[in-house]
Design a binder for this molecule. Structure first.
Ligand code: GUN
Length: 290
């Protein structure tokens, strides 16, 4: 079993980006600038955004965090998005999800200028991805593709089973893995809450990508010997032995699954840092497109 080390892979990507930023600055251009809108007080979201800011600092990007109250209205958020769309000093921005339940996430996604949508969530960017045209690829699926690329993991002709059909992970992941690219060229099955005989399906997977948000859902009896297992899940579980009072648990029962795998990611230092590295890559692209 080899652990896919998203932490060290993402460090390399950040180094590559930092070199490009140094070159941009040496020519007298301003650095790329990422903004993040954070609505409410969700602990995990606050953490994710703090990491994104730290990443920006590390590679030499400018960053801005716009905090809005949990009670902010949909209209207030849409007005903020309109401001960011027309602010020439900002190359790209994200609205951290999930949003409070009174705000319609689809409306918010549709309001973001596709040229600044560095999450790659809006219809134009998802459509371009489906057609294989230049675009901002969704950060988590692209981060996983980058792991396959950097570890030279063979995906062609393999059966890739994806658990979860979200707009952020499962659906775009299925498109990237099925396209005629390397990595890619896999035969893809998406499984979801209505899928029958999930265990049998998972056991047929050469590559199993799990993004359903259920802690330790994938157990050893669902994994084929030699499979590649990618765990996208990250759920906070109370843990009084930790200073911060919680620990992150993945969607895969890592301890029991790991010995069956050829490659596997762990809940920390796996997919998360790769997602953040992809966001930086997209922000650099947004800056260069101008
Ligand atoms: N919440 C969980 N993952 C993501 C992501 O990739 N982008 C945004 N904006 N919110 C998220």
């Amino acid at each position: 079993m080899q652990l896919l080390d998203g932490k060290s892979c993402s460090e390399k990507i950040r180094q590559e980006i930092a070199e490009k930023v140094a070159e941009i600055k040496s020519k007298g251009d301003r650095a790329p600038h990422l903004a993040a809108v954070l609505v409410g007080n969700d602990g995990a979201s606050q953490n994710y955004v703090a990491f994104k800011v730290k990443d920006c600092d590390e590679v030499g990007f400018n960053s801005t965090v716009i905090r809005m109250e949990e009670t902010a209205t949909e209209q207030q958020l849409l007005e903020k998005i309109a401001e960011l769309n027309s602010d020439d000093k900002i190359d790209g921005f994200i609205v951290q999800l999930p949003l409070p339940s009174h705000i319609n996430e689809d409306k918010v996604t549709l309001a973001i200028d596709p040229k600044k949508d560095v999450d790659g969530f809006c219809p134009e960017n998802v459509g371009n991805m489906s057609l294989g045209l230049p675009t901002f690829l969704s950060a988590t699926p692209n981060g996983i593709m980058e792991l396959f690329r950097r570890y030279s993991i063979e995906t062609e002709g393999k059966h890739c089973v994806i658990l979860g059909r979200s707009n952020i992970v499962g659906t775009p992941m299925s498109i990237l893995m099925s396209r005629n690219t390397n990595p890619g060229n896999a035969t893809v099955t998406i499984a979801h809450s209505r899928t029958k005989d999930l265990q049998k399906l998972c056991l047929s997977a050469d590559i199993l990508i799990v993004a359903i948000g259920k802690t330790e859902f994938v157990t050893a009896d669902m994994v084929k010997e030699g499979a590649v297992v990618i765990d996208v899940g990250q759920t906070r579980v109370p843990d009084s032995t930790r200073k911060n009072g919680f620990r992150n648990v993945g969607d895969v029962d890592f301890d029991n699954v790991k010995d069956k795998c050829s490659y596997i990611t762990y809940v920390t230092g796996g997919v998360g840092p790769m997602t953040r590295a992809s966001l930086l890559q997209n922000t650099l692209k947004a800056h260069q497109r101008k």
